[in-house]
Design a protein around this ligand. Sequence first.
Ligand SMILES: O=C(O)CCC(=O)C(=O)O
Ligand SMILES: [Fe+2]
Length: 747
Amino acid sequence: MAKTARERLARLFASTGQAGSFSAQLQAPAQAVELEVSGVGPVRLPVRAPAAKKLIAVARPAMFGRGEQTLTDTGVRDTWELTPDQFTLGGSGWTALLDDALEHFRDELGLLRRARLRAEPHSILVYGKGQFFLPHQDSEKHDGMVGTLVVSLPSAHTGGELVIDHAGESRTYRASREDLTLVAFYSDCRHEVTPVRSGYRLALTFNLLADAGTPVPEAGPVTELAGCLTEHFTTPATPRYGGRDLDPPNRLVFLLDHEYTQRGLTWHRLKGADAERAALLRAAAERAGCEPVLALAEVRETWSVGGNEWDDYDEDDADPDDHQLDDLIDDEIALGWWTDPDGSGGEPISLHVPGHEVCAATPSKSLEPYESEYEGYMGNYGNTLDRWYRRAAVVVWPRDRAFAARAEAGSQWALHELRARIESGDLAGARAAAESLAPFWHRTAAQSGLFGAALEVATCLRAAGTATMLLEPFRVETLTPEHAAGLAAAAGQYGQAWTRDVIDGWFGQQHRHGTAWHEWVEELPRLCDELRVAGRAEAARLLAAGTWHRLHDELRAWTTTARAEFRRPQLEQLSAPLTRLIEAADDTQRREISAALREFGDPVLECLMPVLRSAASRRTAGFDEVARDCGQRLAEILARPQREDGDWSIAWTGCRCELCDALRTFLGSRTQRTLEWPLAKDGRRHVHTQIESADLPVRHQTRRQGRPYTLVLTKTDELFTRAATARHTAETDLAWLTAVPSPGPPG
Ligand SMILES: O=C(O)CCC(=O)C(=O)O
Ligand SMILES: [Fe+2]
């Protein structure tokens, strides 16, 4: 099958990958360095045991970094350390040796020729018998740091080997007894020092720093790569699982091999093969009229891992990474950060990248995942293994599609760019660019914190339709009081009908909500106040109306739920947002809300009494009408005739089927307490459901004798205790209501 431009590009890079290694070694004569340690004096090489002991006497136990902290833990690292202020390095040949060594390492590690390496002394380490350093990665302590240089001093010892891993490859370095042994490696390589078995191991460590140089590739297939890029960006993409061709891709994401931190992600600090490939790609992008940035990607792969041989796999014992990977079932790549095209900084983004935009010289499966998870037999796929990787990438897009390519990633920059165009007077250009967001903006905007910027741009565009498109995807929960001024300005620009549409959209059905949005209502009074102050009372009204609409639905659902143990906590939970809504509403809306609340059944009290209690304790006004209505309702409840002793009738409707008719007759009887009802299975189930869902005080049991079995229904004493409790609650509530002072006129 003909290769796509993307595949050819990956192959071109695979052949450039030989250039750099993750670690490299060099030996040099010991005379080249003179080491002097304060409190000890000159240290003669090779180092003998008495000198090593003197060094230990002025050293301290080494620390190690974990996240933000620096700790000593001899279970992780057990060695003695001297800091740079305690020693000096010199000698006639030292500077020249180091310069030569750094040049050698720059080439061996595959840094660009233009880059300059520097070594900054970090420590002297002394390992005695049994001392070691467990596998770890060095943190990049400075901008510009790319790796570590270890200069082992000659000294007699066994053990104490330096083992360095990268991408599944491992190298072991032993120090010479006579010479200096220099080993350089990239910071993203895991490495360890194995326990010293005898003698002393001494090492000078340095941070390796790379200075910026213009990364120009020396020669190479730039033209061919540029051709691949052009073809990639002009050829319709073929979806992986078939189907119609898609539009030509907007991006090419080329995955790099080394790991980088956000801070370390700059062109001149790329390591090994990455440096060369990125420089080539950058030059090719330039030639093909494209723009490149560096990005951090999260990659998940799901592999099938064989069949029967894993049947007796024991999750606790086995290492998931021991599995033989068979087929790639699924993968997912998301970019979470990228740099600015001018290299000046970066920003968090969120972008899922389809497979037809991705390529790599090294497949993820040859790298070390940062997490693996084994799933036993999963039906369709047998056993599967999920693996997660963090990879860096060069992302390229055609310069003339840069705006959409960046905007789709949720880039704050895209909105800044729109604003800049508006400010520079290019309103038409800004409108056209904003319009180009339409195909994906509903996906993008919702997942990032762009509301404020979007409001501002939407207002300045002075194009109602485009403004709606920009603002529609947000959910109301992302609107905070900080956005009040922006919303007021937009409402002022486009008028009431537009504002209503947009706000209705924010409350719309497409934004599914659980109960998390209740928290948002906490801030509603402040938001509405600020809108009114800004002269946009109408916008405040619309927000309160939308909130009431949702709360009304929730109140209706829960007040009609018969089972108290489900209903009561839910209604109580609704009291907080309802309280805030009543605070936020204007007088007219308050009257409307009160009127609507009167239409609910008595269980609404389970929400309203907490509302009133919280309003009273916070001395907020505006609850008079609700309080009066509740008082009335409670009085009516108490005025109802009490259940007479011996009255076992239960009012109930049920559905209109024959079974429910029979059940209703039994329930309605003042005297009949039990019913023995021969009934087949389906019938019994229907009656069960009716009793349960209405929370009737009736016990139902099946006597498994005869054909059909007999359903035995018994009215329980709860019929009386419930009525008594309800009455008692009503009395207490009414007494409280009558006693509590009114917080005064609304305001
Ligand atoms: O002792 C060595 O050779 C390496 C020490 C090391 O890994 C470190 O200081 O981070
Ligand atoms: Fe280290």
